[in-house]
Design a protein around this ligand. Structure first.
Ligand code: NAD
Length: 296
């Protein structure tokens, strides 16, 4: 079993750590939020008091932070973990960040003889808890094969997207599509409700028709239609609107860099930004339904 340093114990990181512990790995954990550390320590992880102290004997370093700036701070400028980690360890960043920062991290690691992969995930907090995440890995074939057995304890589908940064690009494409699908699903369901249809019946119909998609299947945005999803828990996240706005910004950057038109993604970005600006940033992203809903 491996010795793993894990940093970032938020909505995704905490359940991922629990699955690593269940698989028998020794996991040293740190988060800026002490309560988050204590919660996973109660489930068998080893709590330490700084990011650097997770590195003791670490064969793998996994990070699950929000943004590229945070990852850069952790790896290079602030905690500078790339300077302190044993160079034989593999660094796996599971955060969703921009491909350029991922490539810079990989190069900085390579300069020190350390292997680095970007490995963002899809599947939400439910997928993290059930160990059914999809991982999109960017890095060398050798680094991918080293990461694979560890990722398999947290996920079901492990893809090698290409070289460093390719995992992040795949994730940006996926979340652009997810934003379009969630906004479209909210729009269609609201239209049905306004026209007098029962949202549960309409959801059942579309699930067996050509409008079927992930949001309808697993993450219905209308309160009360589906048990256990954020919409039925006052839109407690889940996946925050702030993070979806960040990801749509990443897709926008990729579209500018590659001169690709993303009209649907741009519209979805506008909708999520508008919703964010109405004080909904910390709600789950399925709360985009509230933007359409009119109770009269
Ligand atoms: P989160 O905000 O719940 O968790 C991030 C954690 O990182 C926080 O607990 C924060 O305290 C910690 N952190 C930040 N900087 C740190 C540092 N320097 N040292 C230690 N801890 C630090 O976010 P999340 O929902 O878990 O998402 C994490 C990443 O995964 C994001 O990039 C997000 O876009 C992506 N993602 C999220 C979901 C989802 O459904 N929530 C799904 C797929 C991908």
């Amino acid at each position: 079993m491996a010795k793993i340093a894990f940093i970032g114990l938020g909505n995704m990181g905490a359940p991922m750590v629990v699955n690593l512990v269940k698989a028998g790995h020794e996991v040293r954990v740190f988060d800026l939020v002490e309560e988050a550390v204590q919660q996973v320590a109660a489930q068998g992880a080893i709590a330490v008091d700084s990011a650097r102290n997770t590195l003791l004997g670490a064969e793998f370093l996994i990070s699950m932070l929000q943004t590229g700036k945070q990852v850069e701070g952790l790896m290079l400028t602030g905690e500078a973990l790339l300077t302190h980690i044993n160079p034989t360890a593999l660094v796996v960043d599971c955060s969703t960040i921009d491909a350029e920062t991922a490539k810079e991290m990989a190069q900085a690691a390579a300069d020190k003889g350390i292997e680095f992969v970007d490995a963002p995930v899809s599947g939400g907090t439910a997928g993290a808890a059930a160990a059914t995440l999809s991982f999109m890995v960017g890095g060398s074939e050798g680094a991918f094969e080293r990461a694979r057995p560890i990722l398999e304890t947290m996920g079901q589908n492990i893809f090698h997207a290409g070289g460093n940064g390719a995992g992040q690009l795949a994730k940006a494409c996926n979340n652009l599509l997810l934003a379009v699908l969630m906004a479209g699903t909210a729009e269609a369901l609201n239209l049905g409700i306004r026209c007098g249809l029962d949202p549960k019946v309409l959801s059942d119909i579309m699930l067996k028709s050509s409008g079927r998609n992930w949001a309808l299947e697993l993450y219905n945005p209308v309160p009360g239609v589906m048990e256990g999803v954020p919409a039925s828990k006052d839109y407690h996240p889940g996946f925050m609107v702030d993070l979806m706005c960040k990801d749509l910004g990443l897709a926008m950057e990729a579209s500018l860099a590659s001169q690709s038109a993303i009209p649907m993604g741009s519209l979805a970005r506008g909708l999520f930004n508008l919703h964010q600006g109405q004080d909904n940033g910390t709600l789950d992203f399925s709360s985009i339904f509230k933007l359409y809903r009119r109770d009269a």
